[in-house]
Design a protein around this ligand. Structure first.
Ligand code: THU
Length: 136
């Protein structure tokens, strides 16, 4: 069984819903929670944290990726992101890029339209492998 086939989606969604309740979103009132299954079996979570300087708000996925690295790193196998109603929300464009960097093409994302691979939600992605074209 591949890591993706072993995903306990209800448990991942429950973790996202729980951390969503701890979001700091006094400006938008739109609480978001994100939970990711790591390839070593850990589950890492994050919630959005807004700021009076609106443009500085941090998405839930930013917290998730920070927790991934702070907890020892690894690759994201599957990610669930939920909004204030506890239902899946699509990550914003910036956060899809974050998930691509820390998971990759095969990482699965639970979306309002069902579970989909990153290749579907971020087609033709720019990723780290492009950087080999950098000059000296
Ligand atoms: N938000 C996230 O946390 N993740 C996303 O992928 C979409 C948007 C947050 C940012 C802001 O705090 C609130 O949702 C409303 O945009």
């Amino acid at each position: 069984m591949s890591p993706q086939e072993a995903v306990d989606w209800p448990a991942l969604r429950a973790a996202a819903r729980e951390v969503m309740t701890r979001a700091y979103a006094p400006y938008s009132r739109f609480r978001v929670g994100a939970a990711g299954l790591v390839d070593d079996g850990r589950v890492v979570v994050g919630c959005n944290v807004e700021n009076a300087s609106y443009g500085l708000g941090l998405c839930a996925e930013c917290g998730l990726v920070g927790a991934l690295h702070a907890g020892g790193g690894g690759r994201l196998v599957a990610v669930a992101v939920v909004g204030p109603d506890g239902e899946p929300v699509m990550p914003c464009g910036r956060c899809r890029q974050l998930l691509w960097e820390n998971g990759g093409a095969a990482t699965l994302l639970e979306t309002p339209a069902g579970v989909r691979p990153m290749t579907e939600v971020l087609p033709d992605a720019f990723g780290p492998e492009e950087l080999v074209r950098a000059g000296d």
